[in-house]
Ligand binder design. Structure first.
Ligand code: IVH
Length: 778
């Protein structure tokens, strides 16, 4: 990740990083929420979200409708029907110290304008997954996961299998309709037993009880959920047909009376002192609870006060989660290994003397990149402090310098790829030429590590999803040189000689060969989005691939445009100029227009560069002039670069790709780079000879907007941007993120700016949201 200070980011860099972050976060969300198998630690995930938020705060106009910051939790899986919650399921802000707790108490008192101590509940923060249970006339009618907070997944049948969830409420006095909310979790013993059984059966194990609980609840077959000893604590509620309590404390008693388990360590406390004391107590009982908690939840006790305090964005003002600090341990750094990923990025991995942290034996930790090693000054032989914060992959937080062996040398990051080619490692640069922390092997497909990683990506679940071709088989086939490129996989399935040889190989019988062939054959027909994603181009994640598939519809159209775009890629000088700090799109276009048609100007030759710029290109604002003057120093240097930039302008095909909503310039550049390589073009052709790529759903052709390219700009008042986009696409329109010659229609709401102007300049039809709805009959 580029770790530039936010205030030094140019807009183009911000766009680039936000795109990258959106894809990365979405991929982690899927691993975490849908596959229950996170790949990074909570702390790292939080860091990604924080960075995304910080950039968005600095560039508010770049916040996309599908920004990770606007989501709680993750996209729902398609396995379960969507359920809209009666009231949204929100999350809590975090507090990490006594000071944070004091601030919370202070905020509450200031808001309510009261001087005396406030009564709170202090409840253990259960580390599971939240669920919402709808009861009508005391009968459980529906159960759902949180999902994105607004819409969850219908897991009613699975939740019904939990013994601790009443199917019918006990006692009386419950509202006619109530959504009871709480946490589904798994105890330590049950977790250990579940993993032991999975291991014995050769199945995958879960990283921690929370993932195991999530994985168990989200089984398609409720019979499997029923076999898992999931438990449930109730602590809150959503929609109510009538109020049922005056305080949180009273509400907890009622929930218990109706048959729910409520958290046994919950307490009612007074003022800040009470909050701090409850936290210390919870820390002390934590090891003896038998289930994971990751902090204490403080809630204002009086519900009328909760009502007055209300919410800020997605979290209530009346509550906060005081989190426990991460658990730490010491161990020795035995070695630093380098792993090479699909894109050639070199990732250092710490090999550690095994040590137990928070109940888990740890032997590896990621060191992220060379800069991180340098920052820590981590050396082989060092004693290091490790940390796990309820997460999977531990972090090295620091090195104990006092215990460093005398002969420990500073770590020298390799200059060559660890593969047998020993290709030189290059430091990655951004569009504007700045170096990033990433070091890559330049060997691409010739590097055996990258080749294997590429192929692994190709067959992975979210790409071609080839059953029977797991890590082990793939590696073996690559070693035998049966598979050198993706097309070889499909060739293998009809290569009788090789299949016969395989039947004779240890570990493969008639059945496994049959399954392998069936797994491959099943994917000879593949959707365009999966095909594009499977190519493994950098910055082309699933979201981007889907956007490309929708836009281009057929693989032929996509490949043709991508190949031409490769020729029309913007050059270095263009990119450097366009991405210069302080030079926005308007300034860029003004410079290009000027350089394309230089006018004879009466400019005093001894004028300062900024002044000459002002006279020559009146459209440049002061920031742009200062940036250019700072960068170029002389008029000649500037003029030469501008001329070059004109020659290096991106071509129409490149711009078409870049303007697809959800794609953008960075991904377009990567696609261009990929298709500029002959070996990649050959690989694609070889693959296409084996496959049938199913075109993206053909849009309707009998609507007023079919085949038209539409841009939505400004704020929409009657629907969300996502809804508008989905509707337009359903009706056969293409939705683009920027206005160009190819745009047919601009739908502008309040606050529309530069796009509206661009439409006027190009003479494109502009309409209001109401006119649009009338046009599409919405
Ligand atoms: S009250 C407005 N109480 O923590 C949210 N939440 O970040 C009200 N959690 O989504 C939630 N134990 O999954 C509440 N005693 C407790 C909790 C608890 C765990 C979870 C819950 C929620 C998240 C908040």
């Amino acid at each position: 990740m580029d770790v530039r200070p936010i205030d030094q980011l140019t807009e183009a860099q911000a766009v680039e990083e936000l795109t990258q972050l959106a894809d990365t976060i979405a991929a982690h969300d899927i691993r975490y929420y849908q596959e229950d198998a996170p790949a990074i630690s909570d702390a790292d995930y939080d860091a990604l979200k924080q960075r995304n938020l910080a950039i968005e705060q600095a560039f508010p106009h770049l916040v996309r409708d599908n920004s990770p910051s606007l989501r709680v939790g993750a996209a729902r899986s398609e396995q379960f029907a969507p359920v809209e919650h009666g009231t949204p399921m929100l999350s809590l802000d975090n507090a990490f110290s006594d000071e944070d707790a004091a601030e919370f108490d202070g905020r509450v008192k200031r808001f309510l304008k009261i001087a005396g101590p406030v009564a709170y509940t202090a409840e253990p923060k259960i580390d599971g997954l939240s669920a919402s249970l709808r009861y009508e006339n005391g009968v459980l009618v529906r159960g759902a996961t949180r999902g994105d907070g607004r819409v969850g997944e219908d897991v009613t049948e699975n939740l019904r299998t939990l013994a601790e969830i009443p199917k019918r409420l006990k006692g009386s006095g419950w509202p006619e309709v109530i959504e009871v909310r709480g946490e589904v979790y798994l105890g330590h013993e049950e977790f250990a037993a579940l993993n032991a059984a999975a291991e014995a059966a050769g199945q995958r194990t879960y990283a921690n009880p929370r993932n195991a609980a999530a994985g168990s609840l989200r089984q398609i077959d409720p019979k499997i959920t029923a076999q898992r000893p999931l438990r449930f604590f109730a602590y809150a509620w959503g929609l109510l047909s009538a109020p049922f309590a005056e305080t949180q404390w009273e509400a907890l008693q009622k929930l218990a009376a109706w048959g729910f388990k409520t958290t046994p360590q919950s307490r009612r406390v007074e003022g800040l002192e009470g909050l701090l004391e409850a936290y210390r107590e919870m820390e002390a009982v934590r090891p003896h609870l038998g289930f994971d908690i990751d902090g204490v939840v403080y809630k204002v006790d009086r519900l009328d006060w909760q009502q007055r305090l209300g919410f800020v964005s997605r979290a209530p003002r009346w509550g906060i989660a005081r989190k426990f600090p991460a658990q730490q341990a010491r161990t020795v750094l035995e070695a630093i290994d380098i792993q090479v990923g699909r894109t050639g990025a070199l990732t250092p991995v710490a090999r550690l003397t095994p040590v137990t942290v928070g109940g888990v034996v740890v032997t590896n930790a990621t060191l992220h990149n060379a800069d991180e090693i340098a920052r820590l000054d981590a050396r082989v032989g060092d004693t290091v402090i490790l940390q796990r914060a309820g997460d999977v992959i531990p972090q090295i937080v620091s090195v104990v310098e006092a215990e460093r062996p005398a002969d420990a040398a500073p770590y020298a990051f390799p200059h060559e790829c660890p593969c047998e080619l020993k290709t030189p490692v290059v430091r990655e640069t951004t569009a504007s030429g700045a170096e990033t922390v990433v070091r890559r092997c330049s060997g691409e497909f010739a590097c055996p590590f990258q080749k294997l990683a590429h192929l692994r990506h190709f067959v992975s679940r979210r790409a071609f999803d080839i059953e029977g071709l797991g890590e082990k088989q793939l590696t073996a086939f690559v070693e035998r040189e049966w598979i050198r490129e993706p097309a070889d996989i499909f060739r293998l399935a009809r290569d009788e000689a090789k299949l016969a040889e395989l039947r004779q190989t240890d570990g493969y019988g008639e059945t496994s060969v049959k399954n392998l062939v069936a797994g491959i054959e099943a994917r000879r027909s593949i959707s365009l989005d999966r095909f594009i994603f499977g190519l493994g181009m950098r910055h082309v994640g699933e979201t981007t691939s889907t956007a490309l598939a929708r836009h281009f519809e057929t693989v032929e159209a996509f490949v043709a445009v991508a190949e031409r775009a490769a020729q029309g890629r913007p050059g270095k000088t263009y990119l450097a100029l366009a991405n210069l700090d302080g030079v926005g799109p308007t300034a860029r276009d003004a410079i290009l227009a000027f350089a394309a048609q230089p006018k004879d100007l009466l400019i005093p030759p001894d004028a300062a560069l900024e002044e000459r710029l002002r006279l020559a290109i009146p459209k440049l604002n002061r920031t742009a002039r200062a940036a250019l003057a700072g960068h170029f120093e002389t008029w000649d240097a500037f003029a030469t670069a501008a001329q070059l930039a004109v020659a290096q302008r991106p071509g129409d095909d490149f711009l078409e790709i870049a303007s697809v909503d959800g794609v953008g310039e960075v991904a377009a550049r990567m696609i261009g780079e990929f298709f500029a390589e002959e070996h990649n073009r050959l690989k694609v052709q070889a693959l296409l000879a084996e496959l049938q790529v199913v075109p993206a759903a053909r849009p309707k052709t009998d609507t007023a907007v079919a085949g038209k390219t539409v841009v939505f700009t400004g704020s929409l008042e009657r629907m969300t941007r996502d809804e508008a986009k989905a509707q337009a696409e359903r009706l056969g329109a293409k939705v683009s993120g920027s206005v160009s010659k190819k745009t047919d229609l601009v739908v502008a709401g309040p606050g529309a700016g530069s796009k509206l102007k661009a439409a006027a300049d190009l003479g494109i039809r502009v309409m209001t949201e109401d006119e649009w709805l009338e046009l599409v009959g919405g």
